[in-house]
Design a protein around this ligand. Structure first.
Ligand SMILES: [Zn+2]
Length: 287
């Protein structure tokens, strides 16, 4: 059963414990404490399948290597920090949203700012949400997450004149009915997303792709995931702000149905530590 609370810390910022480097990681979907006012109607086990479980732990070596880690405390099915505030699904609300909304492709798939569906087909709620409760989710969770991440990225940029940022996720091993890649399609071990080369220098994407491939993992770039709101907000390569989304295939480290780690977890965690160490070298080598 998931943990339930009414006073959740929305975001955890873990500062570097090693010599600081201009590298910031964020894990927006690994939160696993369920707010008491969620009032979801679907099975809790299903809800948990939306979590990018243990992703912050997988990248846990980063702070010792000089990076800053920002991680969500709340679950992404409650409100998704990797969506724009405007990506609001009006079908969820019991009255019109008072501000501007622009429901996009994600809302259309049931996974906008507030998710409507789990696994692309199971409704999360048996009720409509009030404007007030959605506003509270934004004010108490979405906003503090972005304030903390903005501050970490800006602090590194102010100190070093540039910053590399990794938006850390995990994905189901295959697509579902509403996935962009369709039902049952197997996915690569790693999927890197730079929104078709717009959110970071191409060398960053290429370095990560090459290193990961050298470790024996399969890797794809912008297929099927290109990166969404977080890399869009932070990726401004012309200003020395490089942002890359990394999706890990959950089959590499967990049993999704049973929601538990598998023995291979430790190997992936060690490989991510090696990748992070190599990235610190890469960052130091950039002109
Ligand atoms: Zn994610």
């Amino acid at each position: 059963m998931p943990r339930v609370d009414t006073t959740i810390q929305p975001v955890f910022v873990r500062p570097p414990t090693g010599d600081p480097v201009p590298l910031v990681l964020d894990s927006p979907h690994s939160g696993d404490v369920y707010p008491g006012d969620f009032r979801a109607a679907c099975a809790p086990e299903l809800l948990r399948q939306a979590e990018d479980a243990w992703v912050d732990e997988l990248w846990g070596a980063a702070t010792g290597l000089g990076a800053t880690m920002v991680a969500a405390g709340f679950p992404r099915a409650y409100i998704d920090p990797n969506r724009a505030l405007e990506d609001m699904d009006p079908a969820l609300l019991d009255e019109p949203w008072p501000g501007p909304i622009a429901p996009g492709d994600k809302s259309g798939r049931g996974v906008g700012l507030i998710w409507r569906l789990i696994k692309g087909e199971v409704p999360i709620y048996d009720r409509k949400l009030s404007v007030e409760e959605v506003r509270q989710r934004i004010d108490r969770y979405w906003q503090p997450y972005h304030v903390a991440l903005d501050a970490a990225v800006d602090a590194a940029h102010a100190r070093f004149g540039r910053v590399w940022h990794i938006d850390c996720h995990s994905m189901q091993a295959t697509g579902n009915k509403r996935s962009v890649d369709g039902d049952g399609t197997p996915r690569a071990d790693f999927v890197l997303g730079d929104r078709d080369g717009t959110t970071c220098e191409p060398e960053f994407t290429r370095f990560v792709a090459d290193r990961v491939a050298a470790m024996g993992y399969s890797v794809k770039v912008n297929d099927p995931y290109k990166g969404v709101e977080i890399v869009r907000r932070h990726g401004r390569p012309a200003e020395g702000r490089h942002s890359l989304q990394i999706e890990l295939n959950r089959a590499l480290y967990m049993d999704e149905e049973a929601h538990r780690k598998i023995p291979r977890f430790d190997r992936l965690q060690a490989d991510l530590a090696t990748l992070t160490r190599d990235l610190v070298g890469f960052i130091g080598s950039r002109p």
